[in-house]
Write a protein that binds this ligand. Structure first.
Ligand code: FRU
Length: 451
């Protein structure tokens, strides 16, 4: 399969479906010198009627090569889809863990947690289901994320729904990756967050862990939880098979529009990298995506480097390898800027101490605002034509902003990755004007991105 060339002829720097619909990143893993990125894929239609695992690889974390599908729904235990899951290298073999989704004759759901194994990263032998029904939970159990802990044992977290129709994440433990023992709920404390939790991920730093998951069914609270579904995290500790959360609210990982179902993996140099799906949206909005007429919808986010700040905030930065694609266009200190520039591009803005407002517009659609306390992003809803926005309070003010723009998306890293705001947006084709104004001098570095 060839690399995908976007309509504009430029190479995009995101993992995009060569055709059809892409959703969650799956099985992110570095194996035998190559980084593998699998993804939920319907190669036939731009809808969710079919799910296999698409496959891309990268040697440098910014250029992607696409391959044949890795897992197709061919067996009885996955006949309605090879759903999301993860990858793990053990004894030189690559193991994939995924959910076999089945709709039985009565149209009821069955979920099987399955294993496939490979010795080259491209051809997989399916070993079949290793976990079936779980007492106390409905058939909504999916998205196995497997990791090895410091005790030498393997752990699997799974998104789940209790029989009382509340969301949860459950934990299994294994010595050999094939026989799994049920350990119960991952969290010590029961938190009430929606009706189903999808795509859990547990990152274990030296003395802190971060539990990331995607709950469904949260009600908006002010400017929080405004998307159809959210992704967020708790910090805490993971010991003896239990996650004890710190005393803080569920914190959204991304304050933009559709970021969902991220997955992390350890890169050989020690970095924890993660990418998400951009992303989840209402069905009518998905069907109206302007790229439907090009035969594809959705893409993954760029890779983010994850770390924890001393006070326990998740810091997310664009993978540093992206810097090698920069071609400098402008490096100036002024109060306002007006530049004609095509995507893909990167904006790096540093505000001075006296700055208390900033407005950025691009391509006749995208608008960013900082009013001295909150940062907001606005775009045109491509379904209704109306303006829509998301907003996040910045208690420490806006000091710097890094924005990566691809042809149909923006990823905005605020104050060195303390907040991230990502979104799809669809500008007028010929409209390439970038306008930035503030109330004090700002340092602007502007780069074209060449891949
Ligand atoms: C999240 C999700 C997962 C599931 C997959 C199916 O977007 O719903 O829970 O495994 O997508 O494509």
């Amino acid at each position: 399969m060839n690399k995908r060339i976007s309509k504009s002829g430029a190479m995009d720097f995101h993992v995009l479906p060569p055709k059809g619909l892409l959703n969650d990143p799956n099985g992110l893993v570095h194996y035998k010198g190559t980084t593998h990125i699998f993804f939920q894929w319907n190669p036939h239609e731009t809808d969710h009627s079919y799910k296999c695992w698409g496959h891309a690889t990268t040697e440098d974390l910014i250029h992607y090569t696409y391959h044949e599908e890795a897992l197709l729904p061919e067996e009885w235990y996955e006949k309605n889809g090879c759903y999301s899951g993860s990858g793990l290298v053990h004894e030189d073999k690559l193991y994939l863990f995924y959910t076999g989704n089945v709709k039985n004759e009565k149209e009821e759901r069955e979920s099987y947690q399955c294993v496939a194994v490979s010795e080259d990263g491209f051809h997989f032998e399916k070993l079949g289901p290793v976990i079936r029904d779980i007492e106390g939970y409905t058939a909504h159990v999916r998205d196995p994320k497997v990791f090895r802990h410091e005790d030498g044992l393997f752990y699997m977290v799974l998104g789940a729904q209790r029989e009382d129709l509340t969301g949860d994440t459950i934990l299994f433990r294994s010595e050999d990756l094939l026989k799994w023992d049920f350990m119960g709920s991952l969290m010590e404390e029961k938190v009430d967050l929606g009706y189903m939790w999808e795509c859990p991920d547990l990152i274990n730093y030296k003395d802190k862990s971060v539990f990331i998951f995607s709950p469904q069914g949260l009600e908006p609270q002010g400017e929080k939880y405004r998307n159809i579904f959210q992704t967020g995290y708790y910090t805490g500790t993971f010991q003896n098979g239990v996650f004890r959360k710190d005393d803080h609210d569920f914190t959204e990982m991304d304050r933009g529009f559709e970021y969902y179902a991220p997955q992390s993996f350890a890169y050989p140099d020690g970095r924890i990298l993660s990418m998400g799906w951009m992303g989840t949206m209402e069905k009518e909005k998905e069907e109206a995506l302007p790229t439907v007429k090009e035969g594809w919808v959705h893409h993954l986010s760029i890779l983010r480097e994850l770390s924890l700040s001393p006070e326990g905030k998740l810091i997310q930065k664009p993978v540093r390898e992206l810097e090698s694609a920069r071609e400098k266009i402008l490096d100036e200190n002024r109060e306002s800027f007006k530049v004609e520039i095509e995507t893909p591009l990167e904006v790096n803005l540093k505000l001075s101490e006296g700055s208390s407002s900033m407005e950025l517009r691009y391509g006749g659609d995208l608008q960013l605002n900082y009013d001295g306390s909150a940062f907001s992003v606005e775009r045109k809803d491509w379904l209704t034509g109306e303006r829509e926005y998301r907003s996040v309070e910045l208690p420490e003010g806006l000091t710097e902003l890094q924005m990566l723009l691809d042809h149909t998306s923006a990823e905005i890293f605020i104050n060195g990755g303390r907040e991230v705001v990502s979104l799809r947006f669809f500008k007028d084709e010929e409209h390439n004007e970038l306008l930035i104004t503030g109330n004090a001098d700002m340092d602007l570095r502007l780069y074209g991105l060449v891949f």
